[in-house]
Design a protein around this ligand. Structure first.
Ligand SMILES: NC(=O)c1ccc[n+]([C@@H]2O[C@H](COP(=O)([O-])OP(=O)(O)OC[C@H]3O[C@@H](n4cnc5c(N)ncnc54)[C@H](O)[C@@H]3O)[C@@H](O)[C@H]2O)c1
Length: 241
């Protein structure tokens, strides 16, 4: 049976685990040639795993060069690599602030730029999906640095969506609510209890509840008329247009 992404090249950062892993495996199952780019790698069936730190421009350039040589021009990039340790604002040091911005925002920029350069050179358009966050929309206790990075990702998404539209490259963000991954489970217990209590759906989300939206956004037909959107998948925690 033909897959939604048959023969297309897709790159997923942070694809070793969590949301990125779910997306990478689904894209592979839809027929894509998938490269996962992560600072820690482990073998994933049928996927090219590349060790790279997305905050390091040299490593990002080398990773995209390798993808171009081994798989071809990317059709899709999903920026899922990210970090999220909570720090009370009064204790937030400049190093923790900078690291958060470096991974979540600058890393997203570097990978998006390299993917877009390859897509424009290839001349066949493409899709970029950045994983933002509900925290970037509504804020979150002990997450000032994270909220700033994710609100930055949302703004960045809209800016390059405008700039890349003439090249046939659609750019969107997904802003998930709390999703049951190792990142979320690294949050303090009292934070998790308070977060769960404020969710209209009364539970954390699951990776498989994010994956279909990522697939829609990179889909050649289904995603063709969506660009500059920040898709709110927050279990009802954020209710806004
Ligand atoms: N889990 C949630 O509740 C939630 C909610 C909203 C948004 N998000 C966002 O979704 C994305 C994925 O989150 P997750 O829950 O799957 O996290 P995760 O911690 O399970 O996975 C993140 C992956 O990113 C990789 N990574 C981290 N820093 C990197 C770097 N500098 N270079 C390369 N790879 C790096 C890690 O090795 C890991 O494999 C993140 O951007 C996160 O901010 C998560």
């Amino acid at each position: 049976m033909a897959g939604e992404l048959d023969g297309r090249v897709a790159v997923v950062t942070g694809g070793r685990r969590g949301i990125g892993r779910g997306i990478a495996e689904r894209f592979r199952d839809e027929g894509a040639k998938v490269a996962v780019l992560d600072r820690e790698v482990e073998p994933i069936d049928g996927v090219l795993s590349i060790a790279a730190d997305i905050t390091d421009e040299t490593q990002v350039l080398a990773a995209f060069a390798q993808i171009g040589e081994e798989l071809g021009t990317p059709w899709a990039l999903v920026n899922s690599a990210g970090i999220g340790p909570a720090v009370p604002f009064l204790e937030l040091g400049v190093d923790a602030w900078r690291e958060m911005l470096a991974v979540n925002l600058e890393g997203t920029f570097l990978c998006a730029r390299e993917a877009a350069r390859a897509m424009v050179a290839g001349g066949a358009g493409g899709r970029i999906v950045n994983i933002g966050s509900q925290i970037g929309l509504k804020g979150g206790v002990e997450l000032a640095h994270y909220a700033a990075s994710k609100a930055g990702v949302h703004g960045f998404t809209r800016a390059i969506a405008r700039e890349l539209a003439p090249s046939g490259i659609n750019v969107n963000a997904i802003a998930p609510g709390p999703i049951d991954t190792e990142m979320l489970m690294g949050m303090p217990d009292d934070w998790l209890a308070a977060k769960q209590a404020e969710l209209p759906l009364g539970r954390f989300g699951r990776v498989e509840e994010i994956v279909p939206t990522a697939l829609l956004l990179v889909s050649p037909v289904g995603g063709a008329y969506i660009t500059g959107a920040v898709m709110n998948l927050s279990g009802g925690d954020v209710m806004a247009d």
